[in-house]
Structures are given as C-alpha cells and as structure tokens.
Design a binder for this molecule. Structure first.
Ligand SMILES: Nc1ncnc2c1ncn2[C@@H]1O[C@H](COP(=O)(O)OP(=O)(O)OP(=O)(O)O)[C@@H](O)[C@H]1O
Length: 727
C-alpha cells in the first residue's frame, strides 16, 4: 500500500466503524494480530494512559473529556500523519468530526452525526431515569419485565468492544463483496496495510452496498448500476484483474483439538417441551418420523460424534426431517429458531455420504463436492461449517467453508485440498465456480439455510444462477433441502423452482412463530427516549449477555460508542465492519469479554451463541419475520431468554398487528396499547383474532392461502428495501 493511499485515507475521514475500549492495555493482539497504531502516547491526556488513549483514537472516538476538544481531532491527525508507514492505526482518526462532537462534553455529541439529531436534544434534557426496572418514564408499558434492582451501576473497565480496526468498514454485505474493485463502487478507498500476521486490512469502499449484502436505512449506498446490481469477484472483483485493493484477510483456523470441536452448551429446561409442539408434514408418502437417534440407523462414527456433541434426544424438526432426507426426498422445513435445524440436515447428508463411501480427493485443482450448503451471512455459514466439521469428525468427508471478506486465494487453497461439503455464502460461491475451482457435476445435496432469505429479492437471483450453472444437476437429479424459521408463502412458491414437485413440507409449530422460550416484552418508547431506556435496561441486566439490534450500520456504531462511553462493555457487528472485526466482535461477545453486542440484522439469523439471555430491539425491524429471527438469538435449544422491544408509534405502527399476533401465539402478554394501535391500524386480511392461526402455517400447495403474519412477512413488508436488504 503506497503512501498515497494512506494520505487519501487520512485526508478523507469517514465514519468509523467505531469502537472505543475501556480495558487498559488491551489492544491489537487479537486473534489475527491486530494492525493498529500503537504509537505510544507521550502525553497522558487520558487518565488511563496511552492504551486507552490509543483505543479512543483508533476508533475515531474523540471524547471531549478524554481527548479534550477540537484539538483532539487535530492531534489525532498529527499523530496519525506521523505514523504513516507504520501500523495502520491512523485510519480512524478524525472521523467525521466525532471529536468535535465530543468536545461538547456530552455523550450526545456523536448522535448528531446521525440522522436522528432531535433525539439527542430530548434525551439530554430529560437525563437518565434513576428508576430501576425497565419502565420508561412517561412511556406506557403493558408488560414490562420484572425489575431487578440493585445490579445496576457501572460496569467499568471490562474490556469492552470488539477490537479490530474500528475504522475500516468492509463493504457492506453479509455475504460477499468487500472491496469489490472495478466500477462497482465508486468511492473505493485504499486498504490499510498492517503487519500483525501479515494481514492486510481491507480498504473501505465507501458505504457501498455490494451484492448479497444488507443495506441499512440511511446509509450511503453506492452501487454501480442500481440496487440489485452486483459484480462478482469472478467478474472482476477482488481477484480479478481490475484495479482496487484485494481482500487479504485470512481467518484464523478453528481449533483442531477434539474438545474444542465438540464444545457445546447445555440444552435448557424446556428442551423436553419440544415434544409437545405440533408438527405437520405435508406432501405425499412422507416417511414416518423417528423418535431416537438409534432409529436413524446412522453409522458408528456419526453416532459417536452425536454423543460427543451432547445430543441425546432428537428435536422435533430432526425427528421428521432426518428420515425424510434419508429417504432421498426434497424438503422444505420450517421450525422455530434454535431448535436444531442444522443437525437436521447435516446428519442425514453425512450419513448418506458415509454410506456411499465418499472420501475427499486431495489436491485437485477442480474439486467436485457432493454437497453445497449456502447461507446468507458469513458468520452463519462459518457456524454451519463448524457443525459439519464436528459431525464429520473422524470420517473421510471433508467440509470446507468459503465466504466473502476473506482472501479469495485462501478460499481456493481450502478447496483444492479436498472438498465434499462446501459451505459458502452465495457471492463467494459464484466466484469460486467462475474460477473453475468447483465443479458441480457431483452435487447430490443442495441446502439452503435461512431459505426464505436465500430466495428473496436479495439472493434469489444468485440462487437461480447457481441452479442453472453448467454442470449443476437438475432438481430431479439432486436433493434440495430448505430450512428456516420463517417461510412467507410467496417465497414458498418461488422455492418450487428449486424443488422436485413431490417435495415434503415440515412445519414445526407455527411457521413464522416465535420461540415460546423467549419471554417477549414490548415497551412503547419514543425515539428520543431510546438511549436512556437502553442504558437503564442494560444496567439492570448487569453482566448477562445481550444483543441489541438497531436498524442501520451507523446507528450500530453510534449506540455501541455511546454504551462504551456509559462504561458498558460493548462491541458491534454490522456490514461496514471488516470481516476480521466482525469475527473478533463475535468472538468477544461469545466469550463474554463484551457482554453487549450491538448488531444490525446481519446478526439476526442463525447465530447460535451460548448464553444470550437478552435481545433488545432498540429499533424494531421492518418485518415481523425479522423480528422472529432476532429474538430467536435467545431462548435456544430449550433455554429461556428475554426479548425487549422498543416500539416507537411514530415509525412502528405497521408492525403492531403482526406483533400482537406473534406475541399472542407465543402466549405472551399483549400490551393493551399495542392492541389498540393494532386495531386502529387494521389492515384487511388480518383475522382479528389474537390467538387464531393467522400465519400461512401451511404448505402453500394446500391452497390455504391465509395471510402470513398479518400481511407483513419479509417479502410483503411495507418497504423491504429499507430493511438491511440483500442486494
Ligand atoms: N438434538 C439435540 N440435542 C442437543 N442439542 C441440540 C440438538 N440439536 C441441536 N442442538 C443444539 O441446539 C442449538 C441450536 O441449533 P441450531 O443452531 O441448529 O438451531 P436452528 O434451528 O438452526 O436455529 P435458527 O433458526 O436460529 O437458525 C445448537 O447449539 C445445537 O448444537
């Protein structure tokens, strides 16, 4: 990376991917070797000395108190300049005047950077409520969570935040796309080169939305040719021969020791209650469900792995799906979040592979996997890969994961070593296919996890490309499996293109229904009171792991920064963060180093993190399906969890009706005010019943075309593209 690029980076400050830190001496030694500016502080403007100062600077987080004032920004620049050619820490300095904002000495300064300026003024004038519990000052609340006083107060110095280079945002996407050169993103920025483990930080490509990514509200989305346009790496992306920085991040290899491979968390007290959930199977000649793992008649190695994984009992989706897949049938399965869908498809696929004597062919330039699994986010596909690796442990079946935001060469190296089960995000998959590293002729299993997302307007086109790629066996020749907790009926119809006509449909509980192990509360909180309320809740929560969902990437940074300033150890994950940062953030959250994770919808689906006790919807998502996925990050596998959602009548009324439905179907208290709003915003098609079956909880082939969640499924959302979408 030449000096010119550094210069450009410094001269053109951009919104930081945030991240202050409060832990002393904790920097830049992340798993991958961080690459930030470690210039020692000669003067201690900050009480905590250089390390803390460094963190603040790295994040472009110029606290008025700490860095003082406008000069802080200036000094950042100076210091940054002086370190040019060294580590890449300077990149975040002077982020769009954060320091200037903070010079005003209140936490709200940065907030004015957002599009919600007004909120700040009101929040400040009110100050924090000192009351315990969650109830808002003048906010009405029907079913607030129980109050747990006494555990509040500050949580100082718990090493917050998710590390990484806070300043470099990756191209936003959940899937692919970072740093796609070529004409796609007009505001590409140069990459920061670090040392560390030889990793090179990715440059920031403006805030451009690449293909397959989420795009948040109010975000500077720059696309080359319209919303749905994207260009794959194969078409001149990171690995192509067009200009632009390459993505060089190589994720650290997962631990190889058996204990780590089989590490798992305990099923919860409600695991046995899964047995009472109604299951509906539709389609012809469905094989009977099995009741035990033994009945599945899997090979000994698989059984050993299942035991080592701590699985003793099948979940309902596994009871029904495993025999269906073993029988070679196509399947669309819909089951509540956290109920074991991953194993439901992995185990029978691996069983077949074992039966067929599949062994990984090593070191072939063109690998021909038997199975491809696609999922919409990098973190999720990585998680699925780890599950595949776990269950195939000790077998000759080799699973490989490839996803965007990482070095393409690394993906290729993983593949050429042998690949039977390829776990991939769609963009990277298409690139690798384009590079002829993967042949599709041997594909016997195609799995779409979070299938409704994989088929909606974001990824649908790529999935269609995938199934029409040269060599891809026709749907008659392969087995196609789709899993999700939500399945809007239009998406079900689209899915028909991928599935054999005689596919089976398994619905565990209500399609699109929330997990009953999550205690849901909805609080009426106006946008100006949200931060205050959030802090109040988090102080009451104490150390318990909490995911806070917001609607935009910028807001994720703002809120995370704000919480850190409030001495609540927080990290963030969203698509403007580099992949390395995303993984580090998730790691810090998983291990409890940062018990609060502020996230956009990039983290809404599939992530299985132990001990997430709370989900807070700081902003409600635009669709009820997304709500169901988000709150499903807690209350998993029979464990209980709590979800608190801030409902702003100014912006969330369209969700009132489906929310009432979801709450009542999960046997949660429905606030009277919410019912009133739902009633007053009645949309035709809603049954009016709060306990009846409004979901299209059926196989659409049955013709029962009832509304899905009162007409607000993901693809029917009032404004789906405003959501963090997938284009
Ligand atoms: N039969 C089982 N016994 C014990 N634990 C299980 C069993 N099946 C799955 N699990 C564990 O339950 C957790 C949730 O499983 P998984 O992530 O597959 O859920 P999911 O249904 O895919 O959720 P989501 O809809 O959020 O993607 C995982 O930690 C998994 O290892």
């Amino acid at each position: 990376m030449g000096d010119e690029d550094w210069e450009a980076e410094i001269i053109k400050p951009h919104v930081s991917s945030y991240v202050p830190v409060f832990e002393k001496d904790r920097y830049s030694s992340g798993a991958n070797g961080d690459t930030f500016n470690r210039t020692p502080s000669s003067s201690s403007e900050m009480d905590d000395g250089p390390s803390r100062r460094d963190h603040f600077m790295r994040s472009g987080f110029g606290s008025g108190r700490s860095l003082g004032n406008r000069d802080a920004g200036e000094s950042n620049k100076r210091e940054n300049t002086s370190t040019m050619g060294g580590f890449g820490g300077g990149k975040g300095f002077g982020n769009r005047g954060f320091s200037n904002k903070f010079e005003e000495g209140d936490s709200s300064g940065f907030w004015r950077e957002s599009n919600n300026d007004r909120e700040d003024n009101q929040t400040r004038s009110r100050g924090f409520s000192k009351r315990g519990g969650y109830q808002a000052g003048n906010d009405s609340e029907a079913s607030g969570p129980s109050r747990r006083g006494g555990r509040g107060s500050f949580r100082v110095g718990r090493g917050g935040f998710g590390l990484g280079s806070p300043n470099q945002g990756s191209e936003f996407d959940q899937d692919e796309v970072t740093q796609r050169p070529g004409g796609l993103f007009s505001s590409r920025r140069p990459a920061l080169t670090g040392t560390g483990n030889g990793d090179t930080s990715q440059g920031r490509s403006g805030s451009g939305s690449g293909r397959g990514g989420y795009k948040g509200l109010n975000e500077e989305v720059i696309t080359g040719s319209g919303k749905n346009s994207w260009k794959s790496e194969a078409e001149g992306g990171e690995s192509g021969d067009t200009q632009g920085p390459k993505v060089t991040y190589i994720p650290p290899p997962p631990p190889e020791d058996e204990d780590s491979i089989f590490a798992h968390y305990q099923t919860g007290i409600n695991f046995d209650k899964y047995d009472t959930i109604l299951v509906e199977v539709s389609g012809h000649d469905a094989p009977p469900a099995i009741l035990t793992f033994e009945e599945a008649n899997l090979c000994q190695t698989l059984n050993n792995n299942i035991a080592k994984a701590g699985y003793t009992k099948l979940t309902p989706v596994q009871k029904y799906s495993i025999p269906i897949i073993l029988a070679g049938r196509d399947l669309m399965a819909c089951a509540q979040t956290g109920s074991g869908k991953t194993a439901a498809f992995l185990l029978p696929i691996l069983a077949h592979m074992m039966r067929d004597g599949i062994t990984a062919s090593r070191f072939k330039e063109l690998q021909e996997p038997e199975c491809i699994i696609v999922a919409p986010t990098r973190e999720l596909i990585n998680q699925i890969y780890l599950e595949a690796r776990k269950f195939s442990f000790g077998t000759c079946v080799r699973a490989v994961v490839i996803y965007g935001g990482t070095q393409l060469g690394h993906s290729i190296r993983q593949i050429v070593q042998g690949c039977n089960v390829l776990c991939a995000t769609p963009g990277r998959l298409m690139d690798i296919i384009g590079k002829e590293k993967i042949g599709l002729k041997q594909i016997k299993y195609l799995v779409l996890d979070e299938a409704d997302r994989m088929l909606d307007m974001g990824f649908g086109p790529e999935m269609k490309k995938l199934i029409s790629c040269p060599g891809m066996p026709s749907k008659e020749q392969r087995q196609t499996l789709m899993f999700s907790a939500t399945f809007p009926e239009e998406i079900q119809r689209l899915a028909g293109e991928f599935l054999k006509t005689n596919y089976l449909f398994v619905a565990v509980g209500q399609v699109g229904g929330a997990c009953r192990d999550v205690q849901q509360s909805v609080l009426q909180v106006g946008q100006y009171s949200k931060r205050e309320k959030l802090v109040e809740i988090l102080r009451n929560i104490g150390e318990e792991r909490t995911m806070v969902f917001v609607e935009t990437k910028k807001k994720a940074d703002f809120i995370a920064t704000f919480l850190c300033q409030e001495k609540i150890s927080t990290t963030s994950i969203h698509g403007d963060r580099e992949q390395r940062e995303r993984e580090q953030a998730l790691g810090d959250f998983r291990c409890g180093k940062c018990p609060v994770l502020v996230a956009t919808s990039v983290a809404a689906r599939g992530l299985d993190i132990e001990n997430v006790q709370h989900v807070i919807n700081f902003d409600l998502p635009s669709t009820i399906d997304e709500y169901v996925h988000r709150i499903g990050r807690t209350g998993r596998c029979g464990n209980t969890g709590r979800a608190i959602s801030f409902f702003d009548p100014e912006s969330d009324n369209h969700l009132a009706q489906p929310l009432v439905k979801v709450l009542s179907d999960a046997q949660q208290d429905v606030p009277a005010w919410l019912e009133e709003i739902a009633f007053s915003t009645y949309v035709p098609g809603f049954t009016g019943s709060t306990r009846g079956n409004v979901f299209a909880s059926v196989d659409t082939r049955k013709g029962k075309s009832t509304l899905n969640t009162a007409g607000f499924s993901s693809s029917q959302a009032p404004n789906p593209v405003d959501d963090e979408s997938w284009d």
